[in-house]
Write a protein that binds this ligand. Structure first.
Ligand SMILES: *[C@@H]1O[C@H](CO)[C@@H](O)[C@H](O)[C@H]1NC(C)=O
Ligand SMILES: *[C@@H]1O[C@H](CO)[C@@H](O)[C@H](O)[C@H]1NC(C)=O
Ligand SMILES: *[C@@H]1O[C@H](CO)[C@@H](O)[C@H](O)[C@H]1NC(C)=O
Ligand SMILES: *[C@@H]1O[C@H](CO)[C@@H](O)[C@H](O)[C@H]1NC(C)=O
Ligand SMILES: *[C@@H]1O[C@H](CO)[C@@H](O)[C@H](O)[C@H]1NC(C)=O
Ligand SMILES: [Cu+2]
Length: 648
């Protein structure tokens, strides 16, 4: 009873909030018209490539608004060969779920020549960002910062000036080619493409002019697709005061760690003219443990400068820069909201997700939650909610068997447990909520699941809140939130390759209370992109329980995959590789640079193979002599290929 009372008071609180915002006479309307189109850019100074601009201009603008403002961003798709969409990362989109942006979840794709208006009132404040949520398109540069000011909250901290810095990884290949490389049977171990560089504010070698004796509020966002970065300012301490749109009690540190998708605000006090003997370095460093291979020419540290005065020397680089094992970033779980929120207790519904990676019958390496790799439905899930009969909205079956759909009841406390059976780290992001981080383990050699009954388990009284959080390799993560935002919300790994591999869950929150009339414009957009705007996951709007024809994941590998299946897979790959090699051998006399790249990649792939097969041999000690012989033959064959590739 008391529980229900408190839930309804939360509702009243939110309703009041919206009224306050709507009434703010100073609230502005930002009508932004942006046409996405390709241009060429060379942000790392190494290679010019095609990027996605707004009206021919890139990097994309930082959008700055005040809390309570209304944004109407008119996105016009000027790309001839691609669909698009926009997601405002971290904004809860309360009551306007259809403005959230992920294609297949809350909307149809915006096809070439089409447009869509993202229309919402901004009810949160802090550091956010926007990015395409259409496949892995944002790696082509379709992303930028979104800053929401709130004088009242900012007044809790003392500072003189504000700066915005984005950090990101950068690839020379377009998103389509990257995904093609990730999702192929030539990449059976699921090795992620390695970036060519990391950028600072979409550039390198940046110098920021600063004043003596001044406090800067610096908002930093990792808008990359894959690697986390360490951030530090040698010789200076700074205070962290915000993470992911949640202002915190200040915490002093020398280093922070940001996964892709995460943001932090820091307060940095510069020195007096007397004390400053050099200018300042800003060092961002790749978390190289996330890379499958570290190429010799990859610069793990990116160094940019803050300058007091041209005449001062540049600072000396601290020795620790080359000792990444010694990096000690601030633990984000120690950051408590400025206005602490007590731990949500006694979850009403626990969703336990086991994360693992595995090859399916097509030889591609996929990512799974509970043995299901996310496959987008034929009808965007929100559009299924809106078209389903009231009596079936809470029946998870209508949302498809491959969408990892969970239906949540209004007002309930939800707990999500991620048990990571993969030895990679994963930055998990939830749309529509800032969750409490209830527990997170360290990394382990072998998977360790969360045990809620562990007598040694200590949950925080006032947990960290944010929208993106890392789960460690083979470790676990426990999140809680209240289901107070009816809508369809994606919960997924923000490491884009893993999302493409299917590492996602659909949270269908209080579908009976989703009160949205889809604008005519959005229905037309679906029609023009040939996507049904009504029906279940299979597009059936006559019989919502008939899922015939829904999109499904590929068939598994043949029985006994661990050895025989792998061999079958490896043999056909080896044969295919052999074909490829023959093309090089007979077809190409002048090997151009990109072809050299291809050969290098094939060499890496074959090297991976050899290593995997050797591991398999070691682990198959008790298997029959035959399979060991088979493995030996295969290793010999792939080794030969690898050698041939290296002579090209
Ligand atoms: C961008 O281009 C569109 C259409 O071409 C135009 O209507 C709009 O005013 C432009 N926006 C800006 C910010 O230049
Ligand atoms: C970084 O880029 C943003 C957006 O383009 C800009 O507002 C800001 O001034 C830039 N900062 C630096 C240090 O160049
Ligand atoms: C950065 O600037 C330094 C000094 O101006 C220069 O030597 C270096 O080549 C630059 N690096 C890049 C990546 O532009
Ligand atoms: C996933 O499949 C494996 C093997 O079939 C099975 O042992 C396991 O229980 C399944 N896990 C879940 C969460 O369904
Ligand atoms: C939709 O289908 C029609 C008819 O099959 C086709 O002409 C059109 O190109 C398709 N549009 C898209 C965006 O796929
Ligand atoms: Cu991941």
């Amino acid at each position: 009873m008391i529980f229900h009372l408190s839930v309804s008071s939360i509702w009243i609180f939110y309703t009041l909030l919206s009224v306050v915002f709507a009434d703010t006479s100073a609230a502005k309307i930002h009508d932004l018209y942006y046409r996405v189109e390709y241009i060429n850019a060379n942000p790392d100074g190494v290679m010019e490539r095609q990027v996605i601009s707004f009206n021919g201009s890139w990097p994309l603008p930082t959008i700055e608004v005040d809390v309570g403002d209304r944004v109407r961003l008119h996105l016009i798709n000027g790309l001839e060969d691609a669909t698009t969409s926009l997601h405002f990362h971290g904004l809860k989109m309360k009551g306007v779920n259809h403005m959230d942006g992920p294609v297949g979840v809350t909307q149809c794709p915006i096809s070439a020549g089409d447009s869509m208006v993202y229309d919402f009132i901004v009810e949160q404040s802090g550091t956010f960002w926007y990015h395409s949520h259409s496949g892995s398109q944002y790696s082509d540069g379709l992303r930028g910062l979104f800053i929401v000011h709130d004088a009242e909250k900012e007044n809790n901290y003392k500072f003189d000036h504000e700066l915005f810095w984005s950090i990101s990884d950068w690839y020379h290949l377009p998103s389509s080619a990257l995904v093609e490389r990730q999702l192929t049977r030539y990449n059976p171990t699921g090795a992620e493409p390695v970036p060519q560089n990391i950028l600072f504010n979409d550039s390198r070698n940046v110098t920021v002019n600063i004043d003596y004796d001044t406090t800067y509020l610096i908002r930093i966002a990792n808008i990359g697709i894959m690697v986390s970065q360490y951030f530090s300012i040698p010789g200076y301490e700074f205070d962290v005061i915000e993470i992911d749109g949640v202002y915190t009690k200040p915490q002093t540190t020398e280093m922070i760690y940001l996964t892709v998708g995460q943001r932090a605000s820091i307060l940095l006090r510069t020195k007096s003219k007397e004390d400053a003997t050099s200018n300042i370095a800003i060092i961002t460093s790749i978390d190289s443990s996330m890379l499958d291979v570290v190429p010799d020419d990859l610069e793990l540290n990116s160094i940019n400068y803050m300058k007091y005065d041209e005449k001062l020397p540049l600072p000396e680089m601290p020795k620790w820069v080359n000792e990444p094992d010694d990096f000690e970033p601030l633990d984000d779980l120690t950051l408590i909201p400025y206005i602490p929120r007590p731990l949500l207790t006694d979850p009403d519904y626990r969703i336990e997700l086991v994360l693992h990676m595995e090859n399916l019958g097509d030889g591609v390496n996929y990512a799974f939650f509970n043995n299901n790799t996310y496959v987008a439905p034929k009808v965007p899930t929100l559009l299924t909610v809106l078209s389903a009969p009231q009596a079936l909205k809470k029946d998870a079956r209508i949302y498809g068997s491959n969408t990892n759909s969970f239906v949540l009841n209004a007002g309930e406390v939800i707990e999500i447990v991620v048990n990571n059976e993969d030895d990679n780290k994963h930055p998990m992001h939830m749309h529509g909520h800032q969750f409490q981080v209830v527990s997170r383990s360290e990394s382990f050699e072998e998977p360790v699941h969360y045990n809620p009954d562990d007598p040694n388990l200590k949950l925080p009284e006032f947990p960290t809140m944010r929208d993106t959080v890392l789960v460690e390799g083979n470790g676990y993560l426990v999140l809680r939130f209240t289901a107070n935002n009816p809508g369809v919300w994606f919960f997924h790994c923000h490491l884009d390759f893993h999302l493409e591999q299917g590492l996602a869950v659909t949270l269908i929150e209080a579908p009976d209370l989703i009160d949205i009339t889809l604008p005519e414009e959005q229905i037309d957009m679906c029609k023009r992109s040939n996507v049904s705007y009504k029906g279940n996951a299979a597009g059936n709007h006559h019989d919502f329980l008939n899922l015939k024809g829904e999109n499904k994941q590929p068939e598994p590998l043949p029985e006994g995959f661990t050895l025989k299946g792998y061999i079958a897979l490896a043999v056909c790959t080896a044969v295919a590789l052999f074909g490829l090699w023959s093309i090089y051998e007979f077809g190409m006399r002048d090997v151009t640079e990109t072809e050299t790249d291809k050969i290098l990649i094939e060499q890496r792939v074959t090297q991976n193979y050899i290593e995997e097969l050797e591991k398999l041999k070691l682990n198959s000690g008790s298997s029959s002599i035959e399979s060991v012989n088979e493995l030996n033959d295969l290793i010999a064959e792939v080794t030969l290929l690898n050698r041939k590739l290296s002579t090209l």
